[in-house]
Design a protein. Structure first.
Length: 107
């Protein structure tokens, strides 16, 4: 994972962040290359949220990966003959919660 992908995963606009704060961006990029992404997140935990609020990633800028894979996947003759049924979501049955009654006083 590179630094740009990490910022996208944290919903931070990398280009706006780099343009407004080039020194911090460059420093973070260098540090990110040196450590694991989870370690970087732990080190910058309280600094990531203010940056995310200042430079939010617009949802239109990132294409969902699933749409790209579906549109680029080749169609086969076997796939055309098989009908795909949508998966029905069955919610869990509602279970009544137990009612706790106070113990009677024996004094």
């Amino acid at each position: 994972m590179n630094f740009e992908a990490y910022l996208i995963s944290k919903k931070i606009d990398s280009a706006a962040f780099q343009q407004a704060e080039p020194d911090i961006w460059k420093n973070w990029n260098f540090e990110f290359d040196q450590v694991h992404p989870n370690s970087f997140t732990a080190q910058k935990l309280y600094l990531i949220n203010p940056i995310r609020r200042r430079f939010p990633l617009k949802l239109d800028a990132v294409k969902p990966v699933t749409q790209e894979l579906v549109s680029e996947a080749p169609k086969s003759s076997v796939a055309e003959n098989v009908s795909v049924n949508p998966v029905s979501v069955n919610p869990k049955p509602v279970v009544p919660r137990p009612v706790f009654k106070p113990k009677p006083k024996t004094n």
